[in-house]
Design a protein around this ligand. Structure first.
Ligand code: SF4
Ligand code: SF4
Length: 288
């Protein structure tokens, strides 16, 4: 089963939920944790994995052979991402904009474009207290997170429970991370900002046809807007974590909630059981 942990906005407690869910389940289940927040991966800070391997993430980008090029301009015209500019005497490339679609090399009438790998990030993996841990790191200054996320997802197919910690927001990297999940947990807080971003996140997962549920973090502040919205939209609130200075202190010291306060493990196991019930019921109704 693949469970994505997402949030409409940053700082809502996504990492806290992902790591504690993994730690609470690992004694009885095969668990994999993928940190897909490749622009700012931080699950490793809490889980402190022993890394056992790494490999570069490369994208194929165009290389122009100026000897063959007639500066016809077709490649720049076809490039939807403005990664090429054809001048009268040369072709300029802006490789950080290239999406590696291959259209320019395919369509060049002079076969003047070849492709070469360009490193945009790195993949690292290891073991975190019995959890199979993988994360991707996008190189500083790179804009293209999805290829690194794809690599994180594809490098280690898994037959246990795979938890994906997704970057905040609802942009392309989030969609790429969530795609293929059986369930999406949306972590939010009971504030107008939390509600606004939750609504956007719910729209996104509904478009992707992935069932979702909410974790309400820092409950006790703000207002009842999130709860009212969830009730109206029939979205289950599967776990509530109160605003608690002890929890905040643990997090600030890099200690996962399920480790610093082991009594929380049962709540996360219960959270998983609720997710499983929803996923099983959905799979059953899809089969009928
Ligand atoms: S399509 Fe080929 S020949 Fe035309 S400008 Fe681009 S590289 Fe040069
Ligand atoms: S590979 Fe695609 S995105 Fe990259 S420069 Fe060529 S046309 Fe543009």
């Amino acid at each position: 089963m693949i469970i994505s942990v997402a949030s409409g906005k940053g700082g809502t407690g996504k990492t806290l939920v992902s790591t504690s869910l993994a730690l609470s389940l690992k004694d009885n289940q095969k668990i994999q944790l993928l940190d897909c927040d490749v622009e700012e991966p931080n699950d490793y800070i809490l889980l402190k994995p022993v890394m056992t391997g790494s490999e570069p993430v490369n994208m194929l980008v165009p290389v122009i052979d100026e000897e063959k090029c007639t500066h016809c301009g077709k490649c720049a015209k076809i490039c939807a991402y403005h990664a090429l500019a054809v001048l009268t005497d040369r072709v300029m490339t802006f490789l950080e904009l290239c999406h590696s679609c291959g259209a320019c090399s395919y369509l060049c009438p002079e076969e003047a474009i070849s492709e070469e790998p360009r490193q945009t990030g790195v993949l690292e993996w290891g073991d975190a207290k019995g959890i199979s841990f993988i994360h991707g790191i996008l190189n500083v200054g790179e804009a293209m997170a999805p290829p690194v996320i794809r690599k994180v997802k594809e490098r280690f197919p898994y037959d246990g429970i795979s938890i994906r910690d997704v970057s905040p927001g609802t942009s392309c990297p989030v969609v790429e991370s969530i795609k293929g999940s059986d369930f999406c947990l949306l972590v939010t807080e009971p504030t107008p900002f939390g509600l606004n971003d939750l609504i956007l996140a719910v729209e996104m997962v509904r478009k992707l046809e992935i069932p979702c549920g909410v974790v309400l973090n820092r409950a006790g502040v703000g207002d009842a807007g999130v709860e009212e919205y969830c009730r109206k939209e029939k979205i289950p609130i599967l776990l509530t974590i109160p605003l608690d200075t002890d929890i905040a202190h643990l997090y600030s010291r890099g200690i996962p909630l399920a480790e610093g306060m082991p009594q929380w493990k049962n709540n996360f196991i219960h959270l998983f059981n609720s997710i499983k019930e929803i996923v099983d019921a959905r799979n059953h109704s899809l089969k009928r």
